[in-house]
Design a protein around this ligand. Structure first.
Ligand SMILES: Nc1ncnc2c1ncn2[C@@H]1O[C@H](COP(=O)(O)OP(=O)(O)O)[C@@H](O)[C@H]1O
Ligand SMILES: C[C@@](O)(CCOP(=O)(O)O)CC(=O)O
Length: 564
């Protein structure tokens, strides 16, 4: 067992500003729920589940291509062996996947611009020159320090080569086995990284002679939107030019958040995509805090469904912090990942701690009051126990198979977390007991996953204990008011096959985990998946417990589209 030190987790909550409209919108789903059948015959049915209180369900974006390939039953596939989530504590062997670029139609605004694109359609002509053209165009580098720094980015803090510079980072999503929500209130939780990633690439532009023409551009491949801000406008509104030092992660002050909100208001984000504004605020905060208002282009693409409980916001903040800190020269790669051969490199522990602290500041903008577990597991990878900011690395001795079902019901983590806190303030004693019970469950789960089971009987007994704990945790999540009729449908469906499920992440829709016993036949599993999919849910596989943040410093020639 390996223990990391406290990872940049502050427990102060932060007031969110007006650009996140999640609080002004009502959950129109009005889903009603029915009690789930009991596993044991003489157990009383559970009480009906209320739909989660103030969650804003963002429209579900199209399924990322990598997930399409992980679907248990791809649309055209015949009944083949259904893939599962498998806890495997080795780095995933699958090469990174990069979605294709998109076509864009700009909408102009005097100060800022936004381009809408049809995500995942083919073939946008890149606005960036090829590597060869860039070298011709910008060589020799105008800065003498850059000229002597070789082909690698300069490693001096606070200094970024003025040559057009490219680097990239990727960070994984996560599942939570036990303890979501309660972890925000100080209980332990157990989570593991999954091999679905968010990738950020950064192309730093030369500091143009014509400062008026310099822009900061953000290309979000998943929603299919490109945003751009003139650097002059950023300086004017944020009253800053230089980054104030990337080595210390600072919180976003209410004044700065209000300034960022003004910058976003100039964009007229489409109503249907307004849920993006929290991520945009986090981006502007992280970029301008770490690199100042210098011109650049950031491209983000992700395998993760957004707002489904798989930690897309944390993966966004971790990969963003990773790429910005790498460009700032304060985070350095320490070596390649065996077997991958794609240029992704690992990052040392101290650098990871710094990335984690910055990412946590970004998460606070998106979530309001995150526990820090999502950014921690996305940064450090593996399977972890997390309690009050302290992270313990868990070594899973046997593979544990989980089926992930995405209910495709969109929801908003910030609203759900706030709803649980409100319930906790209304019923403080009762909720303290709930959180305490979840803490015991997480502690027990973390011990059980580390137990070595050497024969079928021991494996079955271990899995039964895990299943029982998951079932108890789900019951307590229902007490917190974060289940949903779609989640209850998954529970009912899997229970028919004597399988146990629990929601993962914030709940209110999103994803559900189902424990698949080692001895379960593939035939039964196929039936479970078929029945889940008959409700229009998506079932897919992931590998669990892999690497956290990885970076690529310069020469990211494989990075699709804009950065070659
Ligand atoms: N790839 C991405 N591109 C743009 N924004 C993203 C991306 N991934 C996450 N986000 C931001 O994070 C939000 C989702 O966070 P959240 O509601 O916590 O769900 P999740 O469970 O997926 O973390 C989105 O609304 C968006 O603001
Ligand atoms: C509900 C919570 O425990 C996990 C949220 O996960 P997600 O954003 O739904 O992936 C919140 C937190 O720990 O910050």
């Amino acid at each position: 067992m390996h223990v990391f030190t406290r990872s940049g987790v502050e427990r102060t909550s932060q007031k969110f500003h007006s650009t996140d409209t999640s609080t002004v919108k009502k959950n129109k789903q009005n889903k009603t729920a029915t009690p789930i059948p009991s596993r044991s015959h003489n157990r009383r049915p559970l009480p009906p589940i209320r739909p989660p209180s103030p969650a804003l369900p963002p429209p579900q974006p199209p399924l990322p291509p990598i997930l399409r390939s992980r679907l248990a039953s791809p649309p055209s596939a015949s009944a083949s062996l259904p893939p599962l989530a498998v806890f495997r504590l080795s780095p995933p062997s699958r090469p990174p996947h990069f979605p294709t670029s998109t076509a864009a139609a700009p909408i102009h605004h005097p100060a800022a611009s936004i381009h809408h694109s049809c995500a995942r359609s083919a073939g946008r002509a890149s606005t960036f020159p090829s590597k060869a053209t860039r070298l011709l165009h910008w060589w020799p580098p105008p800065n003498p320090v850059a000229a002597t720094s070789g082909s690698r980015p300069c490693r001096q803090e606070g200094f970024v080569r003025s040559l057009m510079e490219v680097c990239a980072a990727r960070a994984p999503g996560k599942i939570i086995l036990a303890g979501e929500h309660a972890v925000v209130h100080g209980s332990a939780a157990v989570a593991a990284a999954i091999d679905l990633y968010t990738r950020c690439s950064l192309c730093l532009m030369p500091l143009a002679d014509d400062k008026a023409a310099a822009t900061l551009e953000l290309d979000l491949k998943d929603p299919g939107l490109t945003f751009s801000w003139p650097c002059g406008r950023l300086r004017e509104v944020l009253l800053t030019d230089e980054a104030a030092g990337a080595r210390e992660a600072r919180p976003c002050s209410p004044d700065r958040l209000a300034s960022i909100a003004r910058l976003l208001e100039e964009h007229e984000i489409p109503e249907a995509k307004i849920w993006l504004s929290a991520g945009l605020s986090a981006f502007l905060f992280l970029y301008t805090s770490i690199l100042g208002c210098r011109p650049g282009k950031v491209t983000v693409s992700s395998d993760l469904p957004m707002g489904s409980g798989l930690g897309s916001s944390a993966a966004f903040c971790v990969s963003m912090s990773g790429v910005l800190l790498t460009a700032a020269g304060v985070v350095t790669a320490v070596g390649g990942i065996s077997g991958e051969g794609m240029g992704w490199e690992l990052v040392g522990k101290d650098d990871l701690e710094l990335v984690n602290r910055w990412a946590f500041q970004g998460e606070k903008i998106i979530h309001g009051k995150p526990s820090g577990i999502d950014n921690a597991v996305s940064t450090f990878g593996s399977m972890i126990k997390f309690k009050k900011g302290e992270l313990t690395n868990l070594k899973s001795s046997n593979p544990v198979k989980m089926l992930i079902t995405d209910t495709r019901v969109g929801r908003n983590t910030k609203a759900l977390v706030a709803g649980v806190s409100e319930r906790a303030s209304r019923h403080s004693d009762a909720m303290a007991s709930v959180f305490n019970a979840v803490n015991s469950i997480s502690e027990e789960v973390s011990s059980i996953v580390e137990l070595a089971a050497n024969d079928e009987i021991a494996i079955t007994s271990k899995e039964e204990k895990l299943a029982e704990l998951m079932e108890m945790n789900q019951g307590l999540l229902q007490c917190m008011g974060v289940s949903h009729s779609s989640i209850e449908t998954v529970l009912r469906t899997t229970l028919k096959f004597n399988l146990v499920s629990k929601l993962t992440g914030a709940g209110g829709g999103g994803c559900v985990l189902t424990l698949i016993p080692t001895m379960l036949s593939n035939l039964v599993l196929e039936k479970v998946i078929a029945e889940l999919e008959s409700h229009s849910f998506r079932c897919f596989k992931v590998e669990v417990g892999g690497q956290g943040l990885q970076v690529c410093q310069g020469g990211c020639s494989y990075f699709n589209g804009d950065v070659v």
